[in-house]
Design a protein. Structure first.
Lengths: 141, 610
């Protein structure tokens, strides 16, 4: 199997980092309609561990995770797994935080209150970009 | 291991054999055992059966020790052997160590609440661990000398039984360092009536040290609470003791060993042993007396000025302030001030001269209270938005999922049913959040009911939970296992807790995140309860300590400093007291003391009573 086939044929592999169980369950329901949820975690340390082990295509990260500050998670996870796209998923609308999230490597910023399937369409859009990226076979199963 | 697992599945009730030093009546051991039992029940996930046997001389009067050992073994002859054996107090520990090889040697052993002098130098076995206390009785004498430097004689009140004889011997050795200043008079060779007569006519340079009682020289047994009550009434010199259970019963105070805390530590250790932890791996630190605490009434009675108390001392039982003794007059005055304030505020609003008016109105307490309320409201409004965000976000995404499933013709009645039921419960959760905040924001009349102080604490923490997380502060809750009913106003007491916790959070702005922790504890005594809020912040600045509860004194960069005055006022209105001290390891602790309800309650009954 080549890496290109993998990207085109398989649904996006998503890791969700959200500590509120109700929100995590609801978001999984939406994303699993068109994505493969490879894991859900509820604290900052676990995101880094799961990102290393599961090699997801997209990581959806709540900024208010316990353990490690969300922006720091964002910074480390993009260094750890440069091919993964990070979507910051948060209740805050603070433009400064939004700016800083992009500075530390986030690919998108989606409000937790966004209606109309914005999270799912953002994940799909980021993965459409991903298909053009050559993924080294050694990093993927 | 497999055998043990199968046995546990077949017989889920674990057996704890408790070997007691004395029969009921010893206040320290009774309080310890009661609190231990409640605490263990709360911690253990599976049911625990506690079998209690008194092995000290009061349990089997006249019987040989070997007969007691045989009796214990016969108790388990046709039932499951104990999963844990715990001794309480010194004599039981000495007994159990002597007969250890005959007492189920494979069962883990916990020597609880045992003074280090009872264990001596002999090391513990592999299958044994201990919660050892150092009663530091000589610190009691240090306190006597610090509070009453004129003291020349200390009258030692204790029983004549085994425990009394042990401590007479030990304390004579320990107190030798005081011999150039003090004479110790040992009363363990007298009957209780003689002790009371003697203590009624002591000279002015005397103090009384109450150790514990049991039986007197005439062979009659007395419960500690009765002895201490009689002594308190009769004595012509101040009374001292080493354990927290005697505070409020007539002792002056000092560095006291907290029995509640000791029971919690022992229950935690027992729970871990029952879960299979290796006894040798559990090294429990030596338990020592806590921060000094004093009874204000006794300080007054004996004319001891508070300036002589050691730094960081707490003072309990201070009488309520003006607000609660003259409540009607104060409420009328506050009512008048409130009306006045509303008029002033509306006038100021119309004239758009708010800034000048605020300066003028700073002397007006009602307006200041109003400012405080608005300040708290704005802080809570901020967190309500964040808190509500979670259920609302869940509802939005659940609805999206449902809609997409219908559009994609992937909806089944089961999944739609699940989604709708989640949306419903999230709606209920959002409503509860709003109700909790609304109760705090609504204007409020004093409404006294019987309330559980522990509920007040949990609700208050729920209100500030979001702020706490955002500021990387950990909340540690350490509540007494006793129920904590008081007559009070739930909303106003929540205001007190929220103020103290927010104050603690503000004090830790400069503390490294790994050390930011607010600890909320309760300590329940016979007639009252302490709620303490401890932080790891900057501590109380020297210039602020004296004026802490005066309006407009603040160390914060913003805020009016009125929160603590409102807090004090609310506590006063409940007939309680509040005080603050620096912690030895840094940070500060605020302690609110409130009276317990007289409503009869049974905190699961004294163990072993059945």
């Amino acid at each position: 199997m080549t890496s290109g086939d993998h990207g085109l044929l398989k649904p996006p592999r998503v890791l969700l980092a959200e500590d509120h169980p109700g929100v995590a369950k609801a978001v999984c329901r939406v994303l699993s309609l068109e994505c493969d949820i490879v894991g859900t975690v509820a604290d900052g340390h676990a995101v880094l561990e799961a990102a290393r082990q599961l090699q997801p295509d997209v990581i959806v990260v709540d900024l208010n995770l316990p353990g490690i500050d969300g922006l720091e998670v964002c910074r480390q996870v993009t260094q750890l797994n440069p091919l993964a796209k990070v979507v910051v998923f948060t209740a805050t609308n603070d433009p400064d935080i939004r700016q800083r999230a992009f500075e530390v490597g986030a690919s998108a910023f989606v409000s937790k209150m966004a209606a109309g399937g914005e999270l799912l369409s953002t994940v799909k859009r980021l993965c459409a970009d991903r298909k053009e990226v050559q993924i080294p076979p050694s990093t993927r199963r | 291991m497999l055998g043990a697992a199968a046995r546990a599945a077949a017989e889920p009730v674990r057996q704890v054999l408790v070997l007691q030093s004395v029969d009921r009546g010893n206040l320290v051991i009774d309080e310890f055992t009661g609190a231990f039992r409640v605490e263990l029940d709360q911690r253990a996930e599976k049911p625990v059966n506690v079998i209690q046997i008194v092995v000290g001389p009061t349990g089997f009067a006249g019987a040989s020790e070997q007969a007691v050992v045989d009796y214990i073994r016969s108790t388990f002859i046709d039932r499951r052997q104990p999963d844990l054996i715990m001794t309480v107090g010194g004599p039981a520990a000495v007994f159990a160590r002597k007969y250890r090889r005959q007492l189920f040697p494979d069962t883990p052993f916990l020597f609880a609440s045992v003074d280090r002098r009872y264990l001596g130098d002999a090391p513990l076995g592999d299958n044994e661990t201990a919660v050892v206390v150092d009663n530091e009785f000589s610190r009691v004498i240090d306190t006597v000398l610090q509070l009453r430097p004129q003291t020349r004689q200390v009258f030692m009140v204790m029983g004549s039984g085994q425990i009394g004889r042990f401590w007479h011997r030990e304390l004579e050795k320990q107190f030798s360092r005081f011999h150039d200043r003090l004479t110790f008079v040992w009363l363990d060779d007298l009957s209780l009536a003689e002790i009371l007569r003697r203590c009624a006519s002591l000279p002015g340079d005397s103090a009384i040290f109450y150790v514990s009682f049991g039986t007197d020289a005439a062979g009659a047994a007395y419960a500690d609470d009765r002895v201490i009550a009689s002594l308190h009434t009769a004595a012509s010199a101040p009374l001292f003791a080493a354990h927290s259970v005697y505070l409020g019963a007539g002792i002056v105070g000092g560095s006291l060993m907290s029995i509640d805390e000791l029971a919690r530590t022992a229950a935690g250790t027992a729970d871990r042993l029952l879960d299979g932890a290796a006894p040798a791996s559990l090294k429990v630190p030596l338990q020592r007396p806590g921060q000094p605490i004093f009874d204000w009434r006794e300080l007054q009675r004996w004319g001891i000025p508070e300036s002589r108390l050691p730094p960081g001392s707490g003072v309990r039982y201070r009488p309520p302030g003006l607000w609660s003794t003259h409540r009607a007059a104060v409420l009328t005055a506050v009512g008048v001030l409130a009306v006045q304030s509303v008029l002033i505020v509306s006038l100021l609003y119309q004239r758009r001269a708010r800034q000048r008016a605020e300066l003028e109105s700073r002397s007006n307490l009602a307006l200041a209270a109003d400012a405080s309320r608005r300040q708290t409201m704005s802080a809570l409004t901020n967190s309500i938005a964040h808190e509500l965000g979670q259920p609302l976000s869940s509802m939005i995404h659940n609805a999206q999922a449902g809609r997409m499933m219908i559009t994609g013709e992937r909806a089944t009645p089961e999944t739609m049913g699940e989604i709708l039921s989640d949306i419903e419960s999230e709606g209920v959760q959002a409503t509860q959040i709003i109700d909790r905040h609304r109760a705090m924001l609504r204007s409020h009349q004093l409404d006294t009911k019987s309330i559980d102080l522990h509920t007040v604490i949990h609700e208050s923490l729920a209100l500030v939970a979001h702020d706490m997380r955002a500021r990387h502060i950990e909340a540690a809750v350490n509540l007494s296992s006793h129920p904590c009913l008081i007559a009070g106003d739930q909303v106003l007491l929540q205001q007190v807790l929220v103020n103290l916790v927010m104050n603690a959070m503000d004090a830790m702005a400069e503390t490294p995140p790994s050390r930011r922790r607010v600890t909320i504890s309760t300590e329940v005594r016979a007639t009252d309860v302490d709620v303490s809020v401890r932080d790891a912040g900057t501590g109380l600045p020297v210039e602020i300590k004296r004026t802490l509860f005066t309006p407009f004194v603040t160390t914060k960069a913003h805020g009016l400093g009125i929160g603590l005055v409102i807090t004090r006022t609310i506590v006063d209105a409940h007939g309680g007291t509040i005080e603050a001290h620096d912690n030895p390891e840094g940070g500060a602790t605020f302690v609110v003391t409130l009276r317990r309800s007289k409503t009869p309650q049974t905190p699961s009954g004294p163990p072993g009573a059945a």
